[in-house]
Design a protein around this ligand. Structure first.
Ligand SMILES: [Zn+2]
Length: 499
């Protein structure tokens, strides 16, 4: 990672300071955090309440087995949202969602295949019941698919498909061994079939599809599983050799089949979680600063739980720690603070978009927005610097795109925390929820710890979290919130950006 000139100068100053400190004291554990000064006395109670033990307690629940990776539209997310709301009530924050609750529910639609009525049809009266013979994990808007059936077998660590193999708008039935199973769906999807069905030995199950309002991309092909018995029946009807699944290859049948998939839809929803701390200045308390983090992650996909300990158990934990700290600190900021935990970030920043399209509190009273996403790991991009090099580093993103005072007051707050800022990740600037606030003209800052090898993998686990970093991030934004809420109105953004 390249540092900006500003950061490089800062790092150099810092290393001189460290050499002195280290030579005087042996066994300095947190060598990467600079020597810091104490926070203002009136903010100390809250500041000191933000501890690694507290962060670990929050995160082990948020990214623990009970919430199953907090997938939007899944049970685990609902549990997480209710748990956060319960904590907010316990800490004494006011509900700031709809109808005096902590929730603002983003409407969604749940689409479910009616398996009793699903059939596979072919020529010469070929007909197989769908129930217990096929299952779907992705559906399209169409209630059926028709196309030539092609049988594929993929084996080994690096399966490939012939370049000239045409699967467009065909129904693919494929067999993949354990090694090929991870890559197979992507290889097949690239060739744009209308359906791809993996052969399995167990009974196939269907999972409900979540349809998000405003999401641009809709599924264009069906995917799922099919029993080996059913696949064999179709192969026989299509005159494909019965040992097609024994050897890698593609077996084109030239025969057309139809899968009918009647569906029903029901309305569902996923909540943003919102809480409020009232400002202490009667003339300013109608205005407010927003601090947010996305609460959702990938949930359960293909039977695997993605715990999302860093993404974004870490940011959710930090914002919860700040809410607790500010609630217990006797002195409140002059303006009010709106705390938000967003839903549906991972499916396209939809929860924050829903909020900014349907604000509960007037947007013209919102003075700035601080976002926090992935602050629990040491950046490890495999490009030079290591995980250990980045122990005390953090990226500050987007804070120089609006009123620069916001950027400056975060740097000033850091005197009490000691992060080494890197200002080199503007490339991710529209990849988290702050962009939807920026697009409303609100100055934003985005704190981001950086990428690592477990990003968006089931291995993003609590065991690998750097709780000191989450704690430092929470302390930094705790102080920055006070400064931002006590600052005069920031200039609105001169220009707007879009994702
Ligand atoms: Zn993510």
């Amino acid at each position: 990672m390249l540092l900006t000139k500003f950061c490089r100068a800062r790092v150099l100053t810092l290393s001189c300071a460290l050499i002195c400190t280290v030579s005087m004291l042996s066994g300095v554990a947190d060598a990467q955090y600079a020597t810091t000064t104490a926070p203002p006395e009136e903010l100390k109670a809250g500041f000191d309440s933000i501890t690694e033990q507290q962060a670990e307690a929050f995160l082990s629940v948020l990214a623990g087995p009970g919430f199953e990776g907090r997938g939007t539209g899944q049970v685990g997310y609902m549990k997480a949202a209710h748990w956060v709301a319960g904590k907010l009530a316990e800490f004494g924050l006011e509900p700031a969602g709809n109808g005096e609750t902590y929730f603002q529910t983003m409407p969604m639609t749940r689409r479910i295949a009616v398996m009793d009525k699903c059939k596979i049809l072919g020529s010469d009266d070929f007909e197989v019941e769908g129930k217990n013979n096929v299952g779907f994990d992705r559906l399209t808007d169409a209630g059926e698919v028709t196309g030539e059936v092609v049988f594929l077998t993929l084996q080994g660590d690096s399966p490939t498909l012939p370049e000239d193999l045409n699967l467009r708008e065909k129904i693919v039935i494929y067999s993949a061994d354990d090694k090929a199973a991870g890559r197979a769906p992507f290889l097949i999807a690239r060739k744009r079939p209308s359906a791809s069905m993996r052969v399995i030995e167990d009974t196939p199950v269907s999972i409900a599809q979540n349809l998000f309002p405003g999401r641009r991309r809709r599924a264009t092909s069906v995917s799922g599983t099919i029993t080996s018995d059913t696949a064999a029946k179709i192969a026989a009807a299509a005159d494909v050799q019965d040992d097609w699944s024994k050897n890698s290859g593609a077996y084109e049948s030239g025969k057309e089949f139809t899968i009918t998939i009647p569906m029903r839809e029901e309305t569902s929803g996923a909540p943003n979680v919102l809480a409020w701390i009232e400002g202490s200045d009667p003339d300013l308390k109608d205005e407010y600063v927003v601090i947010g983090a996305h609460l959702d992650h990938l949930g359960i996909r293909n039977g695997k739980v993605y715990p999302g300990a860093d993404d974004n158990g870490s940011g959710s934990t930090a914002v919860l720690s700040i809410a607790r700290a500010m609630a217990l600190n006797p002195v409140k900021p002059k303006r009010s603070i709106l705390f938000m935990w967003f839903t549906a970030e991972e499916v396209g920043l939809l929860g924050s978009k829903y909020y900014t399209d349907n604000p509960i509190h007037p947007v013209d009273k919102m003075t700035c927005m601080l976002n926090i996403d992935m602050v629990g790991r040491n950046e490890d991009t495999g490009e030079g610097d290591t995980d250990a090099d980045n122990e005390g580093h953090i990226h500050l993103v987007g804070s120089q795109r609006g009123d620069n005072d916001l950027h400056e007051l975060i740097l000033a707050a850091n005197e009490h925390v000691g992060f080494e800022f890197e200002l080199d990740m503007e490339s991710v600037w529209n990849r988290s929820d702050q962009i939807n606030f920026y697009n409303q003209g609100v100055p934003v800052a985005f704190m981001f710890g950086g990428m690592h090898p477990d990003y968006h993998k089931p291995s993003d686990q609590p065991a690998d979290i750097n709780f000191k970093k989450i704690t430092a991030a929470a302390k930094l934004y705790y102080l920055a919130l006070y400064s931002a809420a006590d600052h005069g109105r920031f200039e609105p953004n001169p220009s707007r950006d879009s994702r």
